[in-house]
Design a protein around this ligand. Structure first.
Ligand code: NAG
Ligand code: NAG
Length: 188
């Protein structure tokens, strides 16, 4: 192999290497840029607005990137946080219902829990009201307005708050306010 073809091969190989995971790379680069320069990319501006809407300021705003990232977009995504978020939401609703009426029947309590748990229900409408369908990062093949995507992101917000505040009570409290409509004025 002469020198020239060696150089072409090297260039070709490094191009291949760099293009192998553009999304992951782009994400690393944008986190680094955001961390070092505090530039406002549209995504980080949207995260700021979202924090105002839910009236919770993250100690580590990096934690809010994850809820707003669908599994179709990157390895760093909201799947696990949305599981925690779903149980925080259920706990919050059970707690509030029983505080209001300690004699509530198991059937009625289950209905209330189902209301906030089903993907097609309040979870989707609360998330849509917050405009999550405009923020969540998905692959181009994924429908960002679908209830599963919006609901997953909505739940994951509360998982992320619990981690950030090291308190699922705090996350449940924020959920109660968002669900009862504190963000409403801001989005209308
Ligand atoms: C937002 O949160 C702060 C601190 O937790 C609280 O003092 C304030 O009343 C809240 N605002 C609204 C509109 O709930
Ligand atoms: C995306 O999902 C929404 C809500 O389910 C639906 O109304 C819409 O038709 C879907 N769009 C596409 C392109 O599938």
């Amino acid at each position: 192999m002469d020198f020239r073809s060696f150089v072409s091969l090297a260039i070709f190989l490094s191009a291949l290497l760099l293009s192998s995971s553009p999304q992951v790379l782009a994400e690393d680069v944008s986190s680094m840029v955001e961390a070092s320069l505090k530039v406002s990319t549209p995504f980080s501006t949207e995260l700021d607005t979202l924090q105002k809407q839910i009236n919770y300021t993250f100690r580590s705003v990096g934690l809010l990137r994850r809820p707003m990232t669908h599994a179709s977009f990157s390895e760093e995504n909201n799947k696990a946080l949305s599981i925690l978020g779903a149980s925080i939401i259920e706990t919050s609703v059970s707690l509030q219902s029983l505080i209001k009426d300690v004699d509530i029947s198991a059937k009625d309590l289950n209905v209330k829990i189902a209301d906030v748990s089903k993907v097609e229900s309040s979870c989707n409408s609360d998330g849509t009201r917050l405009g999550l369908q405009k923020i969540v990062r998905v692959s181009h093949k994924t429908n960002v307005t679908s209830p599963a995507v919006v609901c997953g992101a909505f739940r994951a917000i509360f998982g992320a708050i619990a981690i950030d505040a090291v308190s699922s009570d705090e996350a449940g409290r924020i959920y109660g306010k968002v669900h009862s409509g504190i963000g409403r004025a801001a989005t209308m």
